[in-house]
Design a protein around this ligand. Structure first.
Ligand code: FMN
Length: 308
């Protein structure tokens, strides 16, 4: 229809596309390149903080590196991030990790001139909605963050329980740091459960089906008022395997994490954890986020991801 053709020229693409993806599908691969060396970091890089935009990995890639995202099936380069080591962030003792600031980024999901035009429309929209967007990022960093989402990121519900406090809220700045056997979570330091997580040092992650998107988003909207009790949630819960923390009964997978380290990076608290247990409960499409322009690229190739 003519409207589908005209729309991208007058309206910005959504920054994030909520999609349903089978867990652990490697649709997009990530490779870190530096000084003539290169390693696959598809399961070994996470976002440690949004402002500044920092990537954590268990790979020591020297002072400067490039992170490349490629379509796994076609081999086509989708985007790159230029990284510079940030020595101001001390390497945590419990976790041999490297921190890299994102210096620049580019993607190839849209053809020129739509690529530049869409970035301009997105930046204008972000500036207009700056007070409600909560991202606290400058436009260049927001564009770079979208590139980091070329690898679709799973959305989980994080359950936290401490004395007199319980909460369950969505996160997607999470993931494994494969080579070190660690798992990280980047949480806004203002989150009401942040002090409790530092204290109890344990959480449970429910990897949820794509069909749960509405309820997942609703939990973020009410994040300032944690549930009065677990029974007040709009879905049934079941205790996690070792910690007995209530998790989503209809989850595809539940993981328990023991937090071994936390540090403040910009506006976020970067938690580093070890996986204590993994319960595989069901198969199906899991809720993920990818960049809006990645979904457009896949549509053009007639391989769209399932919209959640
Ligand atoms: C799909 C989704 C993913 C989210 N991922 C994160 C995340 O990774 N880190 C984070 O701090 N907040 C994330 N949020 C927001 C949190 O759920 C929560 O609302 C926020 O941490 C509360 O912080 P505040 O009190 O500073 O607003 C996400 C929200 C949604 C809807």
């Amino acid at each position: 229809m003519w409207k589908d053709w005209v729309r991208p020229f007058v309206r910005p693409l959504p920054q994030w596309a909520p999609v349903g993806v089978a867990p652990a599908s490697r649709l997009v691969t990530a490779r870190l390149r530096w000084d003539g060396e290169s390693v696959d970091v598809t399961a070994d890089h996470t976002v440690a903080s949004l402002n500044p935009l920092v990537i954590a990995t268990s790979v020591d890639a020297g002072e400067r590196a490039v992170l490349e995202y490629r379509d796994a099936a076609a081999g086509q380069l989708l985007g790159t991030l230029r990284l510079v080591r940030d020595a101001s962030m001390a390497e945590p003792q419990a976790a041999p990790l490297s921190f890299y600031r994102v210096e620049a980024g580019a993607h190839r999901c849209l053809h020129w001139p739509l690529r530049a035009w869409n970035a301009w429309l997105q930046n204008r929209s972000m500036a207009r909605h700056a007070s409600s967007a909560h991202l606290n990022m400058d436009p260049a960093a927001a564009q770079q963050l979208m590139i980091a989402y070329l690898c679709p990121r799973p959305v989980v519900l994080v359950s936290v329980e401490g004395a007199g406090h319980r909460n369950i809220f969505p996160m997607d700045l999470i993931g494994p740091l494969e080579r070190s056997g660690l798992y990280s979570l980047a949480l806004r330091s203002t989150n009401v459960s942040e002090p409790v997580m530092r204290e109890v040092r344990r959480v449970a992650l429910s990897h949820v089906p794509a069909a749960m998107k509405p309820v997942v988003y609703k939990l973020a909207a009410h994040h300032k008022q944690p549930p009065r009790d677990w029974a007040a949630l709009p879905f049934p819960v079941r205790p996690s395997k070792t910690f007995g923390i209530p998790t989503v009964a209809g989850a595809l997978r539940v993981q328990e994490l023991s937090i071994v380290h936390s540090q403040t990076i910009g506006l976020h608290t970067f938690f580093v954890a070890r996986v204590v247990s993994t319960e595989q409960l069901a198969d199906g499409a899991q809720l993920h986020h990818t960049a809006g322009f990645h979904q457009v690229y896949r549509r053009r190739r007639r391989q769209p991801l399932q919209d959640a």
